[in-house]
Design a protein around this ligand. Structure first.
Ligand SMILES: Cc1cc2nc3c(=O)[nH]c(=O)nc-3n(C[C@H](O)[C@H](O)[C@H](O)COP(=O)(O)O)c2cc1C
Length: 354
């Protein structure tokens, strides 16, 4: 694991090791989307991870998918996130806020305005969603008009500006896991007949417009993007041509010199190797369920520069120290992943010598 403990530059940040905290939705924000009372403590406990990518955070009311996810579009949100960034900085960490627009993976009762969800096309995913009245089928979304696409791009731009005002070091654009941006990529969720649907260059257009707007607002070295090529989350079926789409997308992203590209890797190793060649900047690769002893494999193989960790970071506030010193890890408790309070949030213990 030696390669983990070498320094790396990501955008404006000089980091002393190659671990990163992966984005983790925790559903503990206040009703209005302001980060909850314990958020500053939760993130600052994990500051030794260096770069912390926040939980998915909606850039607008339309963008909210789940109850109690945070937002970054009102002044109250900025005030809440300011406490988080200050606490993380005080302990030597850095914060990128993940901008997540859920698109069709939402429900009117999960949003502050109670409106029908928006998507590239009015296609219902074969998916369930958590609401405060239980788990229900995802309802039919409505298709965004071209004017609304422009507004949505602007919402991302505004949210990025708000994140920086709140003291964040940057933003990560969430283009993965079946949410709005990936819904534009995939032919089974995007059947538009305008310049946002059809051929690959049209299906990546919305993503690039979001990237360009956010970069114009905060600077490329404060912007990362997360993709999940081939993922089926949110009833996404990208079809056989998806490697071509991601090659084209990454080729375009590479011209924009973002702080980093973050891949949630779904097992297409040939594509990962291709994307690595196309992307000359910092590459973060998160592989689900890899064994601990393989944590540095992608770095050692030259396929990644840094490794985001999700559940290990969630359950071990001092994950870096535990790994460096070879201590056992706390197990993550899925029953407290989402919901209220300190239990399973800020009460995972740091390692103590017996
Ligand atoms: C409780 C939980 C919440 C998550 N929330 C997000 C999220 O908000 N945004 C995102 O991009 N990925 C999210 N993920 C995916 C993680 O970032 C990560 O890719 C996944 O957990 C696999 O990495 P791991 O094996 O290190 O946990 C979440 C995962 C979990 C377990």
């Amino acid at each position: 694991m030696k390669s983990l403990w070498t320094p790396i530059t990501i955008g404006r940040l000089q980091l002393s090791h190659r671990l990163v905290m992966s984005p983790l939705t925790r559903a503990r924000a206040c009703e209005d989307g302001t980060p909850g009372e314990l958020a500053a403590e939760y993130y600052s406990q994990r500051a030794s991870l260096g770069l912390l990518i926040s939980e998915g955070t909606q850039p607008s009311a339309d963008g909210q998918g789940f109850p109690n996810s945070p937002g970054i579009y009102t002044d109250a949100h900025v005030a809440g996130w300011s406490k988080v960034s200050a606490a993380v900085h005080a302990r030597g960490g850095h914060l990128f806020i993940q901008l997540m627009h859920a698109g069709r993976m939402s429900h009117p009762s999960n949003t502050p305005h109670g409106r029908q969800a928006v998507a590239p096309s009015a296609i219902v995913p074969d998916s369930k969603i958590y609401t405060k009245s239980g788990i229900v089928d995802v309802p039919e979304p409505r298709a965004l008009s071209r004017e609304e696409i422009r507004t949505t791009v602007n919402d991302f731009r505004h949210a990025a500006a708000q994140a920086i005002t709140a003291g964040a070091d940057g933003v990560e654009i969430h283009a993965a896991n079946g949410y709005l941006i990936q819904q534009f990529f995939s032919p089974n969720s995007n059947q538009r007949e305008d310049q946002y649907g059809g051929p690959v260059e049209n299906r990546i257009r919305f993503a690039l417009e979001v990237v360009d707007a956010v970069v114009a607002e905060v600077g490329a070295d404060r912007v990362g993007i997360r993709i999940s090529p081939g993922s089926s989350l949110g009833d996404i079926a990208e079809g056989s041509e998806y490697p071509a789409l991601y090659r084209q997308l990454v080729l375009e992203l590479a011209k924009r010199k973002l702080a980093y590209l973050h891949i949630a890797h779904n097992g297409n190793d040939e594509l990962l190797a291709d994307l690595r060649k196309l992307w000359t900047g910092a590459l973060l690769v998160n592989r689900v369920n890899r064994p601990l002893e393989d944590i540095a494999c992608d770095i050692d193989a030259g396929l990644a520069d840094a490794v985001p960790v999700g559940r290990w970071a969630l359950a071990n506030p001092d994950f870096v120290k535990r790994l460096q010193e070879g201590h056992a890890l706390n197990d993550a408790d899925p029953s407290t992943f989402y919901g209220e309070g300190a239990k399973g949030y800020t009460d995972y213990p740091a390692f103590e010598k017996a």
